[in-house]
Ligand binder design. Structure first.
Ligand code: GLC
Ligand code: MG
Length: 418
């Protein structure tokens, strides 16, 4: 993890299903609030880690279904697989470590003798994770019996029950907590231990995360019974753990405020973004600018002339805009095009978000920016890579000097991107 030259200001380690991702929120309100907060205020000096029970296959599927930003580190299959960066480079050291006292063949052989267990999909069977469904009433008894049998066969395993249905069998050294401890040790050896760490979860396989020394933790309001029971029995008096009153990602945002880990005002919570252009960081300008575009196209702008004047003020007089289709205009002229599309998505489910914003200062008043921009339009989405130059040369705020957009491969190349 060399993206940051020094310790992360904040490392968030979050579960996905029912924690970062709310499957009961078709508008994706809370995750989009989190995304904007993270990209505007944290991405440049902090680390985002997703820690999920999902296999790489189901994780990638979720990324297509929900507006998720890209984490710095992805921990999958209940802490048995760790990968780094956008290209998801696996941590081979972790795999080696997990081979101790583990034999998947024996686990499969012994579990087949339990009729209470029904095997999960093949994608969820991983080199260091064997997974089943089992009814709540049977879970405890089966876990006990399995522990005994597998110990008898010389294995050292960990059995985790989650969501009142899933039963995972892993090597003893695996799990979300162990994977986090491994990462923290790695950072420590590089002299880059995060200043603060916040772990976030909702179910049984997240419990371990909360027992890692020194971390803050949030159980989202919608946490499962098995996690709340674990908390009552093991961590009730730990002031560093919060049971949020808000669901999913809104609970994570709440915890950032509660533990005073940094700002928790998402640009999506700011009512008048046009008054918010004198920002401390160009990434914040990127987020605000794209949110303004979303509001414009949804016809959610009160004073349209004032709004256009605001956009004009952040456009460099000779700045150039290159559309993904290849057409090119002055940024100022592009604003005239924008005028025509006011409200083209009124009452429609358009959402715009940016991912993986990086900003590097390349001159005393010049910044080079790169980010992915996504538009979600109901079920359809399309994305482009944006490279841009911003300057503070002629004003106190960031002006756009150059914007170049290129379609991402995944996208459908529809015409509705601006
Ligand atoms: C995810 C995985 C599943 C696992 C569950 C609980 O749903 O897909 O295999 O059992 O998380 O860890
Ligand atoms: Mg979960």
């Amino acid at each position: 993890m060399d993206r940051l030259k020094s310790s992360a200001r904040l490392m968030i380690v979050s579960d996905l299903d029912h924690t970062m991702v709310d499957h009961h929120d078709p508008e994706n309100t809370s995750i989009l609030r989190f995304n904007a907060l993270w990209e505007a205020h944290y991405r440049h000096d902090s680390l985002l880690v997703f820690s999920t029970g999902r296999s790489p296959t189901l994780y990638k599927q979720l990324r297509k279904e929900k507006p998720m930003i890209t984490p710095d580190i992805t921990i999958m299959s209940v802490g048995t697989e760790i990968t780094y960066g956008k290209s998801m480079v696996p941590d081979d050291g972790w795999v080696q470590f997990l081979n101790q006292k583990w034999d998947k063949g024996i686990v499969i052989e012994e579990t087949s003798k339990f009729p209470e267990l029904s095997r999960q999909a093949e994608t969820e069977q991983r080199p260091h994770k064997v997974s089943f469904y089992v009814k709540k009433e049977k879970a405890e008894q089966v876990t006990e019996a399995l522990n005994k049998v597998l110990k008898g066969r010389g294995l050292d395993v960990k059995i985790i029950y989650s969501g009142g249905i899933d039963l995972d069998i892993l090597p003893q050294g695996a799990g979300k907590g162990q994977a986090l401890a491994y990462l923290l040790k790695k950072f420590e050896s590089e002299g880059k231990q995060p200043v603060n760490t916040l772990v976030c979860g909702d179910s049984g396989n997240d419990a371990e995360l909360f027992s890692i020394p020194g971390v803050h933790g949030v159980m989202v309001s919608n946490a499962q019974e098995e996690l709340l029971q674990w908390y009552a029995a093991n961590a009730k008096n730990n002031p560093k753990i919060l049971h949020a009153s808000e669901r999913c990602a809104a609970g994570i945002i709440q915890a950032i405020g509660h533990f005073k880990l940094g700002t928790n005002i998402s640009p999506r919570d700011v009512s008048d973004l046009t008054k918010d252009i004198e920002n401390a960081h160009p990434a914040h300008e990127v987020v605000n600018f794209n949110l303004l575009l979303e509001k414009w196209r949804r016809a959610e702008v009160e004073d349209t002339e004032l709004f256009l004047a605001g956009l004009k003020a952040v456009a460099h007089p000779t700045g150039i805009f290159i559309h993904p289709s290849g057409t090119e205009h002055h940024i100022k002229d592009h604003l005239n095009i924008l005028r025509k599309v006011y409200g083209d998505s009124q009452g429609k489910p358009l959402k715009i978000w940016v991912d993986d914003v990086s900003a590097s200062q390349i001159g005393s008043d010049t910044w080079l920016l790169k980010f992915d921009k996504w538009e979600l339009y109901g079920e359809e989405r399309q994305g482009c890579v944006v490279t841009a130059i911003m300057s503070t040369k002629e004003s106190n705020w960031f002006t756009w000097v150059h914007i170049h957009q290129t379609f991402l491969e995944q996208s459908g190349k529809q015409e509705w991107m601006f």
